[in-house]
Every structure is written in structure tokens, then in C-alpha cells.
Design a protein around this ligand. Structure first.
Ligand SMILES: Nc1ncnc2c1ncn2[C@@H]1O[C@H](COP(=O)(O)OP(=O)(O)OP(=O)(O)O)[C@@H](O)[C@H]1O
Length: 249
């Protein structure tokens, strides 16, 4: 079997508790190379926690996170390698406020990937152009709109050449008129072969962009499938109810 047919990332029976509150009960999923997966579901169901268990911002209480066939939770596994390969775009952008747009996109490349200033600058400019922010390289984050900041955050993430890019509700903190510009950057990125896992409340976007959709509710994957299966033929009553709320809104 070639690598393109194998999962690049798998979660196996992931559980996560905070104290005695069990948030994830049993999350197992496979993500193939180049796949666009979205995670949808009701508030508090465990979507963000799942994403944070993938990039180890949260340590799963039980289960396995398998990357290229290796369990990254194994004490002997070098997590720095994994962390460098899995990027994340956050709801609140999380740019460095004291650095301009260009420096935001260069600093990780120089520190983590040990790229020269020249190379880091070139890569940063290329990716800022991809997200339509090349005219703002000298601006500070606080001089930009939320949508512009999020586009810079996406450029910064792709400058690190991730194998998988995670998005945690990337448009939830934006004014409605800025949502479209960020979703359209993500749509473009999805055509480049990058593997993306996206937690979102934007149902039309999830339907358009996804190869696979996971509906997480109550800490389990209540249903999964392609957009046609989930949106047109949901098998689970919870999925049907959840999606009908969106379709009727
Ligand atoms: N660090 C934490 N400590 C304690 N409880 C937490 C922590 N992080 C998440 N939780 C709890 O876990 C549950 C699931 O949260 P999570 O953010 O994963 O849900 P979600 O599906 O992403 O919801 P939303 O759509 O509202 O963002 C919630 O009850 C939340 O309060």
C-alpha cells in the first residue's frame, strides 16, 4: 500500500478528563494525507479538546495518537519532531503583538527550522502573498482587522511547512463581514494538498470543503462520513437535529 492510502494521523480510543469531568469518552479517527476533515457538533461536545489532544496541548488521559505509524504518546517518541509537523491556527489569532507581520512569519522559521534570515523572509513573503497580506508586512497586529490578523496567522502557520494544519474555530472571533475572507483563504489552501483538520461552526463551509466530517457530541464521534452522507442522509438523530437547526437558521 502506498503512503497516500495510509492514515497520516490516527486517534485510537482517546479519552480525556479534567478532574472527574470526562470530556472525551472514546475518540477514534483516521486522517489520510491531503484530506480535509472538519469536526462539527454542539457546544461543549469536545471538538476543541479533540484538536488539542491531537497537537498535545492537552495530554490524553488514555488512548493513542498515531503519526506515520508511531504512537507520539510513547515516552520514547521525540515530541519535538511531531510538534514541528503539526501546525495550529487559533480562534484568537495569537500573533506576536510586538512584531510586525513579516517578523511574525519569520521568527518560527529562524528559531525552529533554523532557516537563514534571507530564506525565512522569502518564504514569509511567498505565503503572505498567498493570503493577500503582502502589502501589510510592516504593520503591527493591532493595526489590522481581525480577518487580516487571522490571514497572517495562517501564513505564519504554513511558513513552518506543516504536514497537518489544525484550525480551532478560526472564524469564531471575527465580525461577520470578515468571515468570508478567511474561509476563502482556507478554501485555497485546501487545494494545495495540505492535510487540514478544522473545528468549525460554519456548516456551509464544512459541507463545501470537507472530504470527511466528524460529528462530535458528548465526547464521542456520534457520526462520521462525507458531506453528502452527513448533510443529506444523517443516520443519527442527534446529527439530524443539529444540522436542521443550521439549515433552518
Ligand atoms: N482545560 C480545561 N479544564 C476543565 N474543563 C475543560 C477544559 N477544557 C475544556 N473543558 C471542558 O470540556 C468540555 C468540552 O469543551 P470543548 O472546548 O472541547 O468543547 P467544544 O465542542 O469545542 O465546544 P465549543 O463549540 O463551545 O467551543 C466543556 O465542558 C469544557 O468546559
Amino acid at each position: 500500500m502506498t503512503e497516500t492510502n495510509e492514515a497520516i494521523l490516527s486517534l485510537k480510543q482517546i479519552q480525556k478528563s479534567f478532574g472527574d469531568h470526562q470530556v472525551l469518552r472514546d475518540i477514534s479517527l483516521d486522517i489520510n494525507k491531503g484530506e480535509i476533515a472538519t469536526i462539527i457538533g454542539p457546544s461543549g461536545g469536545g471538538k476543541s479538546t479533540t484538536l488539542r489532544c491531537i497537537n498535545l496541548l492537552e495530554e490524553p488521559t488514555a488512548g493513542e495518537v498515531i503519526f506515520h505509524g508511531q504512537n507520539v504518546l510513547d515516552p520514547s517518541y521525540n515530541r519535538n519532531i511531531y510538534r514541528a509537523k503539526v501546525g495550529m491556527v487559533f480562534q484568537q489569532f495569537d500573533l506576536f503583538e510586538n512584531k510586525n507581520v513579516l517578523a511574525n512569519c519569520m521568527v518560527g522559521q529562524e528559531l525552529v527550522l533554523k532557516r537563514s534570515k534571507e530564506e525565512a523572509r522569502e518564504v514569509a513573503l511567498k505565503n503572505l502573498t498567498k493570503v493577500g497580506m503582502e502589502e501589510y508586512i510592516n504593520a503591527r497586529p493591532n493595526q489590522l482587522s481581525g480577518g487580516q490578523q487571522q490571514r497572517v496567522a495562517i501564513a505564519r502557520a504554513i511558513c513552518m511547512d506543516p504536514e497537518i494544519l489544525l484550525f480551532d474555530e478560526p472564524t469564531s472571533a471575527l465580525d461577520p463581514e470578515m468571515v468570508g475572507e478567511v474561509l476563502s483563504v482556507m478554501q485555497n489552501l485546501a487545494t494545495t494538498g495540505l492535510t487540514m483538520i478544522i473545528v468549525t461552526h460554519e456548516m456551509a463551509f464544512a459541507r463545501d470543503i470537507s472530504d470527511q466530517i466528524f460529528f462530535i457530541s458528548g465526547g464521542i464521534i456520534a457520526e462520521q462520513g462525507n458531506p453528502d452522507q452527513l448533510f443529506n442522509h444523517p443516520q443519527n438523530e442527534l446529527t439530524e437535529k443539529f444540522l436542521s437547526n443550521f439549515q433552518n437558521s
